[in-house]
Design a protein around this ligand. Sequence first.
Ligand SMILES: Nc1ncnc2c1ncn2[C@@H]1O[C@H](COP(=O)(O)OP(=O)(O)OP(=O)(O)O)[C@@H](O)[C@H]1O
Ligand SMILES: [Mg+2]
Length: 271
Amino acid sequence: MSQNQATDDATQGADRAPSAGAYSAAGVTISGLHKSFGDNEVLKGIDMEVAPGEVVCLIGASGSGKSTLLRCVNRLENPNAGTITVGEHEATHPDVNLDAMRRQIGMVFQQFNLFPHLSVLENCTITPRRVLGQSKAESEAEAMAQLDTVGLKHLSDRRPDQLSGGQQQRVAIARALTMKPQLMLFDEPTSALDPETVGDVLASMRKLAEAGMTMLVVTHEMGFAREVADRVVFMDQGLVVEEGPATDVIGNPQQPRTQDFLRRVLNPLAE
Ligand SMILES: Nc1ncnc2c1ncn2[C@@H]1O[C@H](COP(=O)(O)OP(=O)(O)OP(=O)(O)O)[C@@H](O)[C@H]1O
Ligand SMILES: [Mg+2]
């Protein structure tokens, strides 16, 4: 992609009206977030806002705390200090209804964690049936609609091992969407995939962004961040170092640590 095309696309991403689409999107507010594992302080006071319908890409070196931050948002990790709210829920409140909050949050990881013994369709209906109490017919109709969104309706009878990695990841996205989340968290969803299957996964994510979903995406896909993110946040050693539109943070970073990181990501073979 040319520099000009990337810039144009990034501008389009930034201009997309938040909350314009099909989803009832929730915002996220993170303030003063600290998280330590033993003596290792991994998050050192993170402040971050994601507006309803906004797409924020989180970038940063390995070990900078990106996954830990995402895991704190749905309380897979317990923060040591700070507050996080997701829509109506204060995730860090001692009395928070974690089940209700987590139902609003879809999470897609590097590993797709599909049930190997279930078909694609069954993978997408099992949780809505068990957790939302949907009937078989209702859950199947919803699952087929979401599989259609990611372009996999025709493979609904297959088992996961009969799909490519990229197809499995799109099933994982469809599965998350069947729970009607108001926020989607992605943690390096394409980094375990064969290169030729990455594009279809990113296309599904772009479609979701265009439909107005709130998305917080940890990614090394700088092209995706440029084209789809409303904002890019660069983290280093547990702190937010720089944030802004992709055109600024990726195209013209101001902080030396961001410049250094991008130089290494964009030119891995350079000195
Ligand atoms: N459950 C845990 N117990 C102890 N230390 C942990 C745990 N989870 C993460 N850490 C440590 O926290 C730090 C940040 O890890 P984290 O996985 O959040 O980084 P990251 O930015 O996602 O890195 P990567 O790009 O490699 O995925 C690392 O030093 C890691 O070893
Ligand atoms: Mg990580």
